[in-house]
Ligand binder design. Structure first.
Ligand SMILES: [Zn+2]
Length: 141
């Protein structure tokens, strides 16, 4: 079935961000990372690449770029799916401007003496809309 025009428009609008996600995922995929489409989003597990590079951890468990989600493992991708899907929706609304709006929100929080991550408007929205079970337990980006 062909994609509906509005849905297609959201993919096109977020495409520059998705392209960056793919570019960042490429080295990991070449090192054995795996990609899997889940509900219209490409989920990339970095687990094999991290093992190969002997990296135990990254500053995030999952991070979203448009319709591409990079996760440190399949388990983390599954656990954080609801939260990261809210970020996907945010990219669909903001498009390339997300790359300006997100850090700007962090900066505004920092200038007010608050956490640039936890108080970031986009993170607060993602936590509020995602599963309450996830709330506060995981470090997402
Ligand atoms: Zn987040």
């Amino acid at each position: 079935m062909p994609m509906r025009p509005m849905r297609l428009a959201r993919y096109v609008w977020a495409a520059p961000c998705s392209a960056l996600g793919l570019a960042l995922a490429l080295p990991a995929l070449l090192l054995g990372g795996t990609a899997r489409p889940v509900g219209g989003v490409l989920e990339i597990s970095l687990a094999a690449a991290l093992r190969r590079l002997r990296l135990r951890r990254l500053p995030f468990r999952a991070i979203t770029f448009g319709h591409v989600i990079l996760g440190t493992s399949r388990t983390n991708l599954r656990r954080l799916r609801a939260h990261e899907r809210i970020h996907v929706r945010q990219y669909e609304q903001w498009g390339i401007f997300f790359f300006l709006a997100y850090p700007l929100s962090s900066l505004l929080q920092l200038l007010q003496g608050r956490s640039p991550y936890w108080h970031n408007w986009f993170e607060r929205q993602a936590r509020a809309k995602a599963s309450p079970a996830e709330f506060g337990r995981h470090k997402e980006t």
